[in-house]
Structure formats: structure tokens, C-alpha cells
Design a protein around this ligand. Structure first.
Ligand code: PLP
Ligand code: COI
Length: 330
């Protein structure tokens, strides 16, 4: 049922809510996937917008789980604040997300650890305003789409390290805003056309340390330790945060958030991409300036355990002691 192209599928309902004259108007759920916006809207010209990415999972018992949705609500507020857009409260965010998911229940793939309903809340600046200043009005919407595997699944993929940057050293890399993604489309597209899964960006200040992918964080495993890049230009991934907790509590690993030099790649036993869309995707090799750094032929044992733990919590297969599972009641 999920299309191979990520998120390319028309569903039944979309959440629409406008913000005018300093307040949020009543939301509506509509089957109309289009919106009318002014040609001079700041979102169209200056990228005044922010978004979130979440998934709704169908459990074995037929119920529906979201995963740490309040973390998305918090990050969305942070991104909106950075873009000078109005904030959305936890209650408003949760209403928008849960009600959109409920109204599209029939599009949530049946229990399958590689399938889910992707949920994309977003905000854009609207209204007439060609000047470089915040928009006079805003639109908050939620789009959903059934999705399958984003990267290479469980096989260890080839990724390309690039010298182009997705974000500036003190820029907006740590916020989930469109400007970080638009410029990366060509870089990812070029990497894919050369046969790689995706492009991995380096830290934009020195190009000596691994940063992240255009749509996912990175982690590495060696010496009983879970390493993940420390950088002020990457998104704070909720998946990565969860893996750190599980790696420490369940697998007894040490956690090290630190700069990871390019030159250290081959010292790692395992490496993987992680994120909502990506889930956990093992990295087989990283190529930089024609040099191939080999990591592993297949998904390593620690990555495998972490992925399984994450999926078991997301799909409600195991008891969740952390309050990560959020049951959507129909
Ligand atoms: N990094 C970037 C640039 C992303 O777009 C995403 C996806 O949301 C992630 C990392 C992973 O973050 P999360 O695990 O919160 O989805
Ligand atoms: C997500 O994982 O939610 C993302 O936003 C990644 C996106 C580029 C598909």
C-alpha cells in the first residue's frame, strides 16, 4: 500500500489551521490537499517555515502508537520561535496530530516493522508581504502519508561524504526548517545518481568531523561505546536520543557525544544513520574524495539490537518503561 517514493500518496484528511490578527482560528479537517496562499508570502520567498516528522505505528493488536510526540511538539516550538512564527501549544499540536491520524486510520499500514504512517506537521508564513520581515499571518497544517523503508533497510549501504554544507556553523542546522533541506536536495540527488544511498555532511566550520545526513543523524559503535557527533549544526534527533537511552540502559554501553574525525571512520566496528524516516540504517562504507572507508559488510550486532529495541517500543511489542509510547485512542 505504501508507495516506494517517500510520502507520495493522497490520503483522506488534512489538518488546516490559520493564524490571523494574533490568534489561532478554529482548525478544520478537510480532504482538500491544497491551500490558497498569497504569491508574496514569506514562506515562498524567504523560507519562513518549519516542520516536524513523526510516525504512527499499527500495533499487532490493531491499536495505534505515536512515539514521543511531545518531543516533536517541543522541537516544533523551538523551530517556530527561531523563524519568528507563532508557537503551537502541546495541546494544539497533539490535537492536530492525533485527530489527523485517527481520520486517516485506513491508511496506516497493518503491523509490519518496515511500514507506518508518516506524519508531517508544518507551519508557513502567509499573507501579503514582500519585505524581509515576519509574515502577517500563518498556516499550520498536518499532512500524513503511508511509508515504507527510507534508506537501504537492513543491508549496509554505501554513503558519500560531501564537501558541500547543508547548514552554516552558527546557522539554522539545529532547527527543523526548510532552508536546511532545499539546498541539500541537489547534493543528495547527485550522491544518489552516483549510486550512493545519500550524502553525509561534514561540520561546516572545518570539514574535519562527521556531522549528519540531510534527513538523519549518525552513530558509531566501538569499544562498548555508542558515539554520536557533537555539533552545533545538526538536528537533535529524537530517534538518536532514544537510542542513547536504550544503548546505556539496556545494552550497558557508554555514551559519547563528541566530534568524530573523518580519519577515525575505520576505527568503528559499526555505523548507522538514524531518524524518524530512516529508522536505523546500517552504513557499509563512506566514500570521501575517492577514498572508500569500509565499516562493515552487514548490519553489526549492536546496531541490530538497537534497531530491534527501537522498533519493539515503537510498535508496542515490549513494555515501555520510559513513557515513549503514546496510544492513540480511536
Ligand atoms: N537530522 C535531520 C537533518 C533530520 O531531518 C532528521 C529527521 O527528522 C533527523 C536528523 C532525525 O531526527 P528525528 O529522529 O527526530 O526524526
Ligand atoms: C524525518 O525523518 O522526519 C525527516 O524529516 C526526514 C525527511 C528529510 C524525510
Amino acid at each position: 500500500m505504501a508507495n516506494k517514493a517517500f510520502g507520495f500518496h493522497i490520503v483522506d484528511y488534512y489538518y488546516h489551521q490559520h493564524y490571523k490578527d494574533g490568534k489561532w482560528l478554529e482548525p478544520i479537517f478537510t480532504s482538500n490537499p491544497n491551500i490558497d496562499i498569497e504569491m508574496s508570502a514569506t514562506s515562498l520567498h524567504y523560507g519562513q517555515q518549519a516542520f516536524e516528522g513523526m510516525k504512527a505505528f499499527k500495533r499487532k493488536d490493531g491499536g495505534i502508537n505515536l512515539f514521543r510526540p511531545l518531543e516533536n511538539a517541543k522541537r516544533f516550538r523551538m523551530s517556530c520561535r527561531r523563524m519568528m512564527m507563532p508557537e503551537v501549544s502541546d495541546e494544539q499540536f497533539m490535537y492536530a496530530v492525533t485527530e489527523t491520524v485517527k481520520r486517516n486510520t485506513k491508511h496506516i499500514p497493518d503491523y509490519d516493522p518496515s511500514m507506518s504512517l508518516y506524519v508531517r506537521p508544518f507551519m508557513i508564513g502567509t499573507g501579503h508581504n514582500l519585505g524581509l520581515r515576519p509574515a502577517p499571518s500563518y498556516f499550520f497544517g498536518v499532512v500524513v502519508a503511508p511509508v515504507g523503508i527510507y534508506f537501504n533497510g537492513d543491508s549496509a549501504g554505501k554513503f558519500l561524504i560531501v564537501d558541500d554544507d547543508r547548514a552554516a556553523p552558527n546557522g539554522t542546522g539545529l532547527y527543523k526548517v526548510g532552508g536546511n533541506y532545499g539546498g541539500a536536495i541537489k547534493i543528495q540527488f547527485d550522491a544518489k545518481s552516483q549510486g550512493y544511498e545519500d550524502a553525509l555532511f561534514l561540520d561546516p566550520a572545518t570539514h574535519q568531523y562527521l556531522d549528519e545526513f540531510g534527513g538523519a543523524n549518525l552513530f558509531g559503535i566501538k569499544h562498548n561505546t555508542f558515539y554520536t557527533p557533537k555539533s552545533s549544526s545538526i538536528l537533535k534527533s529524537i530517534t538518536n536520543d532514544t537510542l542513547k537511552i536504550l544503548a546505556k540502559d539496556v545494552l550497558g554501553l557508554d555514551i559519547l557525544e563528541t566530534q568524530i574525525p573523518l580519519t577515525d571512520i575505520e576505527t568503528f566496528d559499526e555505523m548507522a544513520a538514524c531518524g524518524t524516516a530512516a529508522s536505523v540504517a546500517p552504513i557499509g562504507s563512506l566514500t570521501y574524495q575517492e577514498k572508500v572507508y569500509h565499516i562493515s559488510e552487514s548490519m553489526g550486532p549492536v546496531t541490530k539490537k538497537l534497531k530491534q529495541l527501537l522498533l519493539d517500543i515503537q510498535y508496542g511489542n515490549i513494555k515501555d518503561d520510559y513513557g515513549f509510547q503514546f496510544n492513540v485512542t480511536l
